[in-house]
Design a protein around this ligand. Structure first.
Ligand SMILES: NC(=O)c1ccc[n+]([C@@H]2O[C@H](COP(=O)([O-])OP(=O)(O)OC[C@H]3O[C@@H](n4cnc5c(N)ncnc54)[C@H](O)[C@@H]3O)[C@@H](O)[C@H]2O)c1
Ligand SMILES: O=P(O)(O)OC[C@H](O)CO
Length: 409
């Protein structure tokens, strides 16, 4: 078995921090600052850009890869992103690279590869990167996407195993939690879940990101963390739909009441699906679980909530996607999730209703009425842990046994 990352020591040049704190005045870190790392962020959309900015501020050397030649030129000249977060001025220590994917030489020179591209684009990107990886000097792999691949229903952990192999997947790390790019860029306090099958790698990734304004909490249930991040987007679409419908009264208090019910019922549903899948039910109480669900279901800043809201107002999905200007992963995830729900035989009425609006042309108002007309039901039910669930099969693909899965879930 290849010893992934074992030969790698992080760059640790002790330089004076070039930290710029945004609108919020934050105290200096109480812990010692993380060693300076060289990081390549893949994806220069909203999230890749804001994380590059945060990491640059945290005194790391940052390369920001984009597939657009125009972006690379514009960014390096003006230190601004021409398409996303356009008002923000980025620190000069961030260099844009691209449009070709990072070369083997560039990858050998970095400590961290941070992937901030949509889930649907990952398989292709990782497949192309694989031949450029030097197994003796692999960087730390970190992923922040929140989705399920439509055609395979795979989580990123599985996409990674398929494209880069189990050794890399076992030590890759997933960051998820309530975190809007627009707020991170303004240094609003943010806290996230950081999970890997390897606690050591989750801790390393956390050291790279952790600051008083960006707090990291580690865990070893990446399957649960990935599911939570992907599923909350589907419930955010549902919450947006409910608010878009308005039900005659759309005061803030009424909207809050609607989203509170959806969040609570959505959390139960997410936890049921996750448990049947083989994740730990506890993971859905994390920042990536209920934390992100609360944020995304109750904020118009969310693109997924916005998709739902505009559907509730009667707009067509094609038109919403065409004009959104950014990815809403809940739309594709709803499709993969529907297959997972059917395979697992889990009761997931909200996610199913969202799927039927998005892909079967069902009417939003009728779906809401159907949900509200279901008879009395047991409020909380958790399926038995499924010993043959998808998580177990994924663990086997990663060369890990039942005991390993059991310890984590
Ligand atoms: N924006 C947020 O607040 C936020 C927060 C947490 C997580 N995320 C997650 O981060 C991921 C990226 O989101 P975002 O907000 O940056 O989206 P975005 O739409 O703002 O940007 C997506 C980026 O990915 C690139 N991209 C798309 N397809 C690609 C392909 N085939 N190959 C290479 N690059 C490709 C685009 O060019 C763009 O730079 C999503 O999975 C999202 O769920 C976003
Ligand atoms: O804008 P959304 O709906 O993709 O949500 C962004 C983040 O996932 C919120 O944590």
């Amino acid at each position: 078995m290849t010893s992934v990352h074992s030969t790698r020591t992080f760059h640790s040049t002790p330089t004076a921090p070039c930290r710029r704190v945004g609108s919020l005045s934050m105290p200096s870190p109480t812990c010692s600052p993380p060693p300076k790392s060289r990081i390549c962020v893949l994806g220069a959309g909203n999230f890749g850009s804001c994380l590059a900015d945060h990491l640059g501020d945290s005194d790391h050397d940052v390369l920001l890869w984009s597939r657009s030649e125009d972006f690379v030129k514009f960014f390096n000249e003006h230190h601004k992103n021409p398409e996303y977060l356009t008002d923000h001025e980025f620190p000069e220590c961030i260099t844009a690279v691209g449009p070709d994917l990072p070369s083997a030489e560039l990858i050998r020179s970095v400590d961290v590869l941070l992937f901030a591209i949509p889930t649907e684009a990952l398989r292709e990107t990782l497949t192309k990167l694989r031949p450029r990886l030097d197994e003796k000097a692999l960087p730390l792999f970190i992923f922040v996407n929140k989705g399920i691949e439509i055609s395979t229903r795979a989580l990123t952990l599985e996409i990674l195993a398929d494209t880069c192999g189990a050794d890399i997947a076992r030590v890759s790390t997933f960051i998820s939690g309530p975190s809007f790019a627009k707020e991170i860029i303004r240094r609003q306090p943010t806290s996230v879940s950081v999970a890997s099958l390897s606690q050591e790698h989750a801790e390393r990734a956390s050291q790279v990101f952790h600051q008083p304004w960006f707090r990291c909490y580690t865990g070893v249930d990446p399957i649960g963390i990935e599911l939570a991040g992907a599923l909350k987007n589907v419930y955010a679409i549902a919450a947006g739909m409910a608010d878009g419908l308005g039900f005659e009264n759309n005061t803030r208090a009424t909207r809050l009441m609607r989203s509170t019910v959806l969040i609570t019922r959505g959390l139960g549903e997410m936890t049921r699906i996750g448990t049947a899948y083989g994740a730990s039910p506890l993971t859905f109480l994390s920042l990536a679980g209920v934390g992100d669900l609360f944020l995304t279901c109750s904020s118009p800043t969310s693109r997924n909530y916005t998709v739902g809201y505009r559907l509730g107002k009667g707009e067509q999905l094609d038109e919403i996607i065409r004009t959104l200007g950014s990815v809403a992963e809940g739309v594709t995830t709803a499709k993969g999730l529907k297959q997972i729900i059917d395979d697992l035989g889990v009761n997931a009425r909200i996610a199913t209703a969202v799927y039927e609006v998005l892909y079967e042309g069902k009417n939003v108002k009728e779906q809401a009425e159907t949900l509200m007309n279901f008879p009395v039901m047991t409020e909380l039910e958790l399926p038995e842990k499924n010993p043959n669930g998808p998580a177990r099969k994924l663990m086997q693909k990663l060369g890990l046994g039942e005991d390993d899965a059991g310890k984590r879930a």
